[in-house]
Write a protein that binds this ligand. Structure first.
Ligand code: DGJ
Length: 710
């Protein structure tokens, strides 16, 4: 049984193939965390709650130290009593009391085979407040998905001030190390690795979207884990609005990682009878290093999060080719070229609607621009279909330019505060999705677009964060709900569109990778990883993205060289190989490519299609990091371990370094594999043990190596 319960000790053990998670109710009725680590065979092996109160044991308890600090390890710590660390829950009750107590009320076990779910209910002994904690176990993936539901069972409102999804407690210890993702526009998801010192490290977004600057993912190890080996505790939060993950280490050695909706500028007015559900925070434990942590998250996303099954089609996008200067004729010519390369989905980016001739106008006016498409989109879509491709379109529904019909008609539809400026960014303002009429309007406009045109794919962009998040018409106690209501509004519209148009796939974009997280991936099939399409820069961005997100969801374009990294030239094959490590797209002006270049590109698209299932559906191994040394290598292995592909890149060549040797992973030791760069087949054991010498010379060169079981 994966979820064990000891009635007498009121203790649970959640057991997956490589981990155990233990929790129990103590003598005071408080829910305490017991254990998260390697598998424990017996429930009795879990410590008792009275053994974990103080690092020195009960008899040495110091009265001036908080007895309810993180050493008490409350499973879902509430702010009340002497709790001074990061709480998961903080509220003001109807009579003004701001001290919450939660005790165990009951539990239930539900869920499907392989993914059982434990739900534990806590209640306040005095006030009409319940919190239901959910633990969904993914037995094969060693992952636990957690979320909380707050229920106001009374008549009077409660003000929620902090409602995180979960707190993860690590074994008491020292020398912990944190891995997280930080960055900026054009340099998203850069891997950061640092020692965890005493105090708090807060990873967060306050921008109303996931943000380019930090990504809701963490991994903690004991200071020496590698890609292949070592204990790692890790997690990723499914939320695309303001979020935070707090890593808190205290001098008693306790380490707590809490995360969820950011409490910054947040308050939620919960009426009697209402519930508030947090986003889910998936967490895991592995002894297989950072690589295994990522592979578990990838499988989770592929099998339990992403809305459609893979693989994704090869896509062409017109943005970098034509920017706003688009029309039926040029898009048609690009479509012909794209089809000749084997592209399967042709996407028209920004510029097709309203008076959208530049980024100063048009957002909000989602009607087809008559000058650019006098016959509507129909003839272009027909042409794209006749070329054997499906058709996709760019939209940015949450936004409006002040120079638009929509804004002239509804200036009150944007977030704003009276007597304050409405700060524009990229000449646009953000529509207030907390307002039902705005959500209804956007849904019907998008629904009409999808109903009237044969569109298979929508790239949903968001090119600025929120500012002046005012909702003046709302009652004062509801005004800080906008942060959550905005994100829920986006999810609601996407969900509605998915239901009405189940065949349509979506991409989440926010000026590149500003909205990449497990929350949006429940509604969108892929993300735009970064606007930076330089293939060398992309190695780092994609490496970071792969810490948490699967290759299938990571959209990568082949683009023209020299724009993002000034004057850097790269070969066509290098650009393709870099982009073939995710979901392949082409985002270049193919009208300027020579016949020879087009022919080479066509060959590379065909090669991608041969390995696409392995890349998009297989297990990924980061063999050599672009951040270390002069070679990058990333391997993908099919789930049955019979086929594999490795992409190898030589960074600027230095110091007479010889050709790199690559040590593959994930092969069957006793199986024989044919390898494209070796004359004779070799056993998996020999390949993984002795490696493959890859003949790569010169700056920014690359190779694609295929391994097939004989
Ligand atoms: C930002 C996106 O990241 C780009 O790919 C492109 O779609 C532009 N927006 C269009 O305005």
């Amino acid at each position: 049984m994966p979820i064990l319960f000891d009635d007498e000790r009121c203790t649970w053990a959640l057991r997956s193939s490589g981990a155990t998670y233990g929790l129990a109710v103590d003598e005071e009725g408080r829910l305490r965390h017991l254990y998260f680590g390697p598998p424990l065979p017996r429930l009795e092996d879990l410590a008792r709650t009275d053994e974990i109160s103080s690092p020195l044991g009960r008899e040495h308890f110091f009265p001036w130290e908080s007895p309810t600090g993180p050493n008490a390890r409350y499973e879902y710590p509430e702010w009340g009593g002497m709790y001074y660390h990061e709480p998961c829950f903080k509220a003001t009750l109807d009579d003004g009391v701001r001290d919450v107590r939660l005790v165990y009320e009951g539990h239930d076990t539900v869920g499907d085979e392989g993914t059982p779910e434990l739900a534990i209910t806590l209640r306040d002994p005095h006030y009409p407040l319940r919190i239901h904690l959910h633990f969904r176990l993914f037995e094969e993936l060693d992952l636990l998905e957690r979320y909380a539901v707050v229920e106001n069972t009374g008549q009077e409102p409660i003000t929620l001030e902090q409602v995180l999804s979960a707190a993860w407690h690590l074994p008491r210890g020292r020398d912990y190390r944190l891995t997280h993702l930080a960055g900026r526009f054009a340099a998203e998801t850069q891997i950061q690795r640092e020692n965890v010192s005493l105090g708090k490290k807060v990873l967060e977004s306050r921008r109303g979207n996931t943000s380019h600057h930090a990504n809701p993912f963490f991994a903690v190890d004991r200071g020496a884990a590698t890609e292949d080996d070592g204990e790692v505790w890790f997690g990723a939060l499914g939320w695309s609005g303001n979020w935070k993950i707090v890593v808190e280490h205290d001098a008693w050695g306790s380490l707590q990682v809490s995360g969820g909706i950011n409490d910054f500028d947040f308050a939620w007015h919960l009426e009697g009878g209402e519930t508030f559900e947090t986003p889910s925070f998936v967490g895991g434990y592995t002894q297989g290093g950072f690589g295994q942590a990522s592979r578990n998250l990838h499988r989770y996303a592929r099998k339990h999060v992403l809305p459609h099954e893979g693989p994704r089609p090869v896509l062409y996008n017109s943005w970098e080719a034509t920017y706003f200067d688009i029309n039926e004729e040029v898009q048609g010519s690009l479509a012909e070229k794209a089809a000749s390369l084997g592209v399967e989905l042709f996407v028209v980016d920004d510029g097709w609607f309203g008076e959208r001739n530049d980024d100063r106008r048009g957002l909000g006016d989602w009607w087809v621009n008559q000058e650019k498409f006098p016959r509507g989109l129909g003839p272009l879509i027909e042409k794209v279909h006749s070329l054997g491709m499906s058709f996709g379109l760019w939209v940015e529904p949450e936004m409006v330019n002040p120079d638009s019909d929509l804004y002239r008609e509804h200036p009150d539809w944007v977030y704003h505060f009276p007597n304050r400026p409405r700060t524009e960014s990229r000449n646009q303002l953000v529509l207030n999705l907390a307002k039902e009429e705005v959500r209804n309007h956007l849904f019907s406009v998008m629904d009409r677009l999808l109903t009237e045109n044969q569109i298979s794919f929508i790239k949903w962009d968001m090119n600025r964060p929120l500012s002046e998040p005012g909702w003046p018409e709302a009652p004062r106690e509801r005004q800080r709900e906008v942060w959550v209501r905005h994100t829920r509004g986006v999810y609601e519209i996407l969900e509605g569109l998915r239901q009405r148009h189940p065949e349509v796939a979506f991409e989440s974009c926010a000026s590149g990778g500003g909205r990449v997280d497990l929350g949006i991936l429940r509604y969108t099939d892929q993300v735009w990883t970064s606007d930076n399409t330089d293939p060398f820069d992309r190695l780092m961005i994609q490496e970071g993205c792969s810490m948490a997100y699967p290759a299938r969801a990571m959209m990568c374009w082949v683009a023209d060289p020299g724009f993002w990294a000034k004057n850097r030239t790269t070969s066509i094959s290098y650009r393709f190989h870099s982009a073939m490590m995710g979901s392949l797209g082409i985002g270049t002006n193919l009208l300027k490519w020579s016949e020879e270049e087009l022919e080479e590109a066509g060959k590379l698209v065909r090669r991608y299609k041969q390995v696409r299932d392995i890349v998009q559906e297989g297990d990924q191994y980061r063999l050599l990091s672009p951040r270390e040394g002069e070679t990058t290598a990333v391997q993908y292995v099919s789930e049955d371990m019979r086929t594999s592909v490795i992409f190898v890149f030589r960074n600027p060549h230095q110091f007479l370094d010889p050709s790199p040797t690559i040590y593959p992973r994930g092969l069957k030791e006793d199986s024989i594999y044919r390898v494209t760069v070796l004359e004779a087949p070799r056993s998996g054991e020999a390949l993984m043990g002795r490696g493959i010498q890859v003949p790569l010379e010169g700056d920014l060169t690359s190779a694609m190596i295929e391994l097939t079981q004989v």
